[in-house]
Design a protein around this ligand. Structure first.
Ligand code: NCD
Length: 319
């Protein structure tokens, strides 16, 4: 494999990957699922030498724990770096913090931050290998990859299909990764929601009426309203009528005779964007997304740990 095929050492965006690399992650995710789903703990011997850390500067249930499980199932040593109790609180920079982890022997740090595009500054001279576990409103590439794997694993063909992402796509880092990924597999992406919440991108079509969007859709992807990222009244005035206008329930799907898969990255606000009857129905793939998250994140870790990059870490300036 030449340099062209080298997996990135700082994985910030879906755009960091070639289509070939994405396909290989999907293949390895499927292999991991077969190998590990019977719950037998059979780590890969060759990964025992690696150390992987998670550092979450924003709250998380699914992403952090599925990385923790993926790391341990692979057989790597796992360090959960508690950012809230660290010297970051004493004003130390992220770069010095990451270098400290590197000097302590950590190979990869999975980082979640509220700062959009925080990873870009590390791309030229990575202090440590880095995986974006969600950076502000920018991207959440590992979520998009596990979503794609879930669709394919369900036997769903994306080519020529329409995926509608419903909700606050403007503030959704998950959406910003999905719109870079799904069209590469032939899917058309519609973003549906109140116009104030819609993300504009060359790869998508915008629809402000849910019925109109459902009628055209083969797959629905529901989003949580990103209230923590709303600072203006134009975003908050929509909350009251949101469920009525953009929430999904079985009756709305039946009206269109659409028994189509419904995805959600979690955490869901039941009764807001999604009704319990959808969540508890066989149409809902949210729990499969959780199952698959471990296998896809294992595949990403494997590719990055073994990318052969020797340029990581601190290089003291010669005087
Ligand atoms: C998402 C996130 O944190 O971006 N959740 C996740 O990682 N599964 C979506 C959200 O918070 O709404």
């Amino acid at each position: 494999m030449g340099d062209m095929n080298k997996f990135p050492s700082v994985f910030e965006s879906i755009d960091d990957l070639t289509l070939e690399q994405i396909r290989s992650l999907l293949t390895v995710s499927a292999q991991n699922k077969i190998r590990f789903q019977d719950r037998q703990f059979a780590p890969y011997e060759s990964y025992r030498k690696y150390v992987v850390a998670t550092s979450f500067l924003e709250h998380s249930t699914r992403t952090k724990h599925s990385f923790g499980l993926a790391i341990q199932k692979l057989g790597c040593m796992y360090v959960d770096f508690n950012a809230e109790k660290s010297s970051l609180q004493k004003g130390e920079s992220i770069e010095e913090t990451l270098l400290t982890l590197w000097y302590q022997g950590v190979d990869i740090c999975v980082l979640r931050t509220s700062v959009s595009n925080q990873f870009s500054e590390f791309k030229n001279n990575p202090p440590i290998k880095l995986i974006n576990g969600g950076d502000g409103i920018n991207e959440h590439p590992t979520q998009a990859l596990l979503d794609l794997f879930t669709l394919i694993d369900q036997g769903l063909e994306l080519d020529g299909k329409t995926v509608t992402i419903v909700g606050d796509s403007k503030h959704s880092r998950v959406t910003h990764s999905l719109v870079r990924l799904l069209p590469q597999f032939g899917a058309k992406v519609i973003l549906c929601g109140p116009k104030e919440y819609l993300y504009e991108d060359k790869n998508v079509e915008l629809v402000t009426n849910l019925d109109e969007a459902i009628a055209q859709s083969d797959i629905l992807y529901m989003l949580r309203i990103q209230k923590e990222r709303h600072n203006s009244p134009e975003y908050t005035k929509i909350y009251e009528s949101y469920n009525q206008n953009f929430g999904i329930n079985l009756a709305k799907l039946k009206k269109h005779n659409k028994a189509i898969p419904v995805l959600h990255p979690g955490p869901a606000n039941i009764g807001v964007e999604i009704a319990r009857d959808v969540l508890k129905s066989e149409l809902f793939l949210g729990y499969q997304q959780v199952v698959n998250s471990v296998y896809t994140r294992m595949a990403i870790l494997m590719a990055m740990l073994e990318n052969g990059d020797k340029t990581i870490g601190h290089k003291p300036v010669r005087l």
